[in-house]
Every structure is written in structure tokens, then in C-alpha cells.
Design a protein around this ligand. Structure first.
Ligand code: ZN
Length: 446
């Protein structure tokens, strides 16, 4: 359940830390809105699905052992994970995820995570990594990938299930990977149809694409559920909590190459909006109201989105004019610690400018994030419509456009054939990681 909470509405009055004389044109001190964003999942893998998964994994594994693809009793080694959630190419946000739930170490009805706090829910056997902000925008546009934390063999895949759930029902989409030492990782709640095209029995490397973060199955919003076992026996004796800490009773050492701190305070992104954004579930109830172009008389909303905002820390903000000079600065002291939060401020800029590209800037925990936006005298003319050129049929699969001066080929999934100077033909394709791959063709097409 995701509850956008507008907890605070108060004047952060007169916090202009400028040493310059007061800026006459600055009419409105920043009014603050926003608050905690709660992502609370309840039961990532209900018992019926868990039984189904275990049966499938056991059967698949037996078959892969018989085929000689897996060893029945592989040697014990140490598996270390890289972080399994990454920005997709084209996602330039500073960070796009937070952690809502760790493994529940308390086998009774109590809650305890590896650090002896209660950032978990009862009986949780995995780590929940949720996307933030605008998880539905991110999901719909394939902007956050799940990647393999460690190399291994795909031992099962679950696909074909809807991925826009806001509560617990149905079956998830997932990829299950066995590592060289026989330990097994479940990557669940993936986007319908987004799963790696590799088949059961094929291997993946660390960081390799597995799917898109979504909300399939028992899920209240887009997140990855990562569940790990040290063997193909799926009970508490074999459950792994990848995070090492004083209250991890499952395993002594960390399963991360580089274990993150319990709290990693960070700006996920800063944005501008033309209307206060609305967080909701699923897509039709989420209204990001992104806008980067404003004219006199319009209200400009500058918003910052955090993960692990930490009590006792401060974020510093600045608005910069097109010539780079400071328009105003302000700051906010955090009094609470939240898994995720957002804070926004609204402005009406002077009617006489200055016009051009402004910058909204935020500095938190030594990291500075910038967001440019346009303040223009009048609405820019609508982008000139250049008709697309269809290829092949009257209802073309592939279209060529000019976009902002660049040649844009919509749906070039099958590739582009280029004939070289030597007369050979090469098929160029972009893989899911954005890399260009060229393949020499035996013959050039007629
Ligand atoms: Zn979970």
C-alpha cells in the first residue's frame, strides 16, 4: 500500500541564506509541501505460490542435473552479489530505488531485521527494493532494470502475469538463478513480458539484464523481491539474508560484494512540475505533472525526492538564473528518518525574467544534483510535425522521423543494414543494454 502523505504545510519563512542584499524580485518565500512516502508491502510470496515455486524449481533442477547443466551437489563457495536494481539506459535520475523491507529475522510474530530494527514485515524472506519516485512512470517506460546480482544458471522463469497490482493476488513474474555453489536467488514481481530472452539452462553474468521492476503477483507497487537460499532446500535452515549484521541469525557473513549501509541517505532526483504531483497506484492514479517549460504567471513547483532521509541531516537548495548567478538559496533540516520522502516548493517568477535556462540545484550528503528548466517570455511554438516515413506497408512497423534535428527510427528492433565500402553488409542492432552490436552478413540483401 502506498500512501502519499501530505504531512506538513508550513512556511519555511525567510531562510534566504544569501549574503547579498535582499533580492527585490523574489516575492514568495518557499512554501513547503510533501512528506513521507510510504511503500509498505505485505506478503510478497503467499504460501500457495511458494509451494508452486518450490515444486517447479525442484523439478527443473532435477532435469538440469540430468542434462549435466547443473551439478547435484556443487562445492560450497562464497557468492557475492552486486546490487540487482539499476537505472536503465535513458534514465538519468541520480537513483531510482529505496529499501522498504529486509528479511524478517524473528521467526515468531515479532519483527526484526539484520540490524535489530523492524524494517520488515512478519515472515518476510527477502529484501524488497522499491522504485521511487513515480514507480508507475518508471515501470511503464522500462526505466529501472533488475539485473543478476551474481553469475549463474537460469533454473526457472515465470512470465505471463499482469504486473500492475496494488494488492496481493495472482502469480508473479520472476527469474530464478542458481549460482556455481548451488545457492539460489529468486528475483520476483517483474514486468509482464520483460524477462530476459534467455531460456532455462542458460547462464547469466553479473549485472546481466533479467527484467523490469514491476508489481506482478502479491505486490502493492513496483518493487524487486530478492530471496536467497544457500541450497535447493527452501526452508529457514537454508534461507540467506544477504546483509550481515548483529541480528542476522541466518548467516555470518555478508553476501554483498560491497554491503551498503543500513541507511544510505540520497537524493533520488529533483524535478520541476506545473501542478503538484500526485502519487497513486497503479498508473492511472499517478500524476507526475512533469514540466520543464514555464512562462510568466505560471507557478513553478520545484521538488526533491529522497531515499533514506536521515534525521539530523540538512539539504541545501538553490535556484540559479540563466547567467549562473544565484536567485535564492534555502535549506531544510530533516527531523525524521524515512525510507522515502519528497518535498516541494512553489514559485512565481518575475514577469520580466530573466528568461532562459534556469537551474534547480540540491546538495545533500555531499552530493549535488541539478535540474535545468526553461523560463520563457512566451510559450514556445509547438514542435514542428515532420511526417514519419513508413517503410514497407501502409501501416508501417518501422517509421523514420526527424526529432529535434536527429534521425529517429521508431522500432528498429530488427536492425539496420549498412553496406560498407568493401561491399560487405553489416546488421546493426541495439541490445537491451543500449550497446550497438554489428553482425557481418553472409550476403547483402538483393
Ligand atoms: Zn518481498
Amino acid at each position: 500500500m502506498k500512501l502519499p502523505t501530505t504531512l506538513f504545510l508550513f512556511l519555511a519563512c525567510c531562510v534566504f541564506a544569501n549574503t547579498q542584499a535582499p533580492i527585490p524580485e523574489l516575492k514568495n518565500p518557499p512554501v513547503e509541501n510533501g512528506g513521507e512516502y510510504i511503500y509498505r508491502d505485505e506478503a510478497c510470496v503467499p504460501p500457495a505460490l511458494r509451494n508452486q515455486i518450490v515444486q517447479m524449481l525442484t523439478a527443473n533442477r532435477a532435469e538440469l542435473v540430468e542434462q549435466g547443466i547443473l551439478q547435484e551437489h556443487p562445492p560450497r563457495m562464497i557468492v557475492s552479489f552486486e546490487w540487482p536494481v539499476v537505472n536503465a539506459p535513458g534514465n538519468h535520475w541520480n537513483n531510482s530505488w529505496g529499501i522498504s523491507n529486509f528479511v524478517d529475522q524473528d521467526l515468531t510474530s515479532g519483527l526484526e531485521d539484520y540490524e535489530c530494527f523492524a524494517r520488515t514485515y512478519d515472515g518476510h524472506k527477502g529484501t524488497d527494493i522499491f522504485t521511487w519516485p513515480y514507480p508507475w512512470y518508471l515501470k511503464d517506460n522500462d526505466l529501472v532494470y533488475v539485473v543478476a546480482g551474481a553469475p549463474g544458471t537460469i533454473i526457472a522463469k515465470h512470465d505471463g502475469n499482469e504486473d500492475d497490482h496494488c494488492s496481493c493476488f495472482g502469480t508473479w513474474n520472476a527469474v530464478y538463478i542458481e549460482h556455481a555453489d548451488g545457492s539460489i536467488a529468486w528475483y520476483g514481481h517483474l514486468k509482464l513480458g520483460s524477462l530476459t530472452t534467455k531460456s532455462v539452462g542458460e547462464t547469466v553474468t553479473t549485472g546481466e539484464y533479467l527484467g523490469v521492476v514491476a508489481s506482478s503477483g502479491c505486490s502493492t507497487g513496483p518493487h524487486l523481491h530478492l530471496e536467497v537460499y544457500d541450497d535447493d532446500i527452501y526452508n529457514y535452515d537454508h534461507l540467506i539474508d544477504p546483509f550481515s549484521g548483529p541480528c542476522n541469525d541466518f548467516n555470518a557473513s555478508s553476501w554483498w560484494v560491497d554491503q551498503l549501509d543500513y541507511r544510505e541517505p540520497k537524493i533520488n532526483t529533483i524535478l520541476t512540475h506545473d501542478t503538484p504531483p500526485v502519487h497513486g497506484c497503479p498508473s492511472p492514479n499517478e500524476f507526475p505533472h512533469f514540466d520543464d517549460i514555464f512562462i510568466p504567471g505560471e507557478t513553478i513547483y520545484t521538488a526533491a525526492y529522497f531515499k533514506d532521509q536521515l534525521a539530523g541531516t540538512t539539504v541545501n537548495y538553490e535556484l540559479l538564473r540563466p547567467n549562473g548567478t544565484s536567485y535564492t538559496t534555502w535549506s531544510k533540516d530533516f527531523v525524521n528518518t524515512y525510507n522515502a520522502s519528497w518535498w516541494y516548493y512553489f514559485w512565481t517568477f518575475p514577469n520580466d525574467g530573466p528568461f532562459g535556462t534556469w537551474k534547480f540545484k540540491a546538495t545533500y550528503q555531499g552530493e549535488t544534483v541539478e535540474h535545468p528548466f526553461q523560463y520563457l517570455e512566451e510559450e514556445p511554438p509547438p514542435e514542428e510535425e515532420v511526417p514519419g516515413v513508413g517503410i514497407g506497408t501502409s501501416d508501417p512497423l518501422t517509421e523514420l522521423h526527424l526529432h529535434d534535428g536527429a534521425l529517429y527510427i521508431d522500432n528498429a528492433a530488427k536492425g539496420i543494414i549498412l553496406k560498407g565500402e568493401n561491399g560487405s553488409c553489416y546488421l546493426l542492432k541495439v541490445d537491451t543494454g543500449g550497446a550497438l552490436v554489428a553482425e557481418l552478413l553472409d550476403d547483402c540483401p538483393e
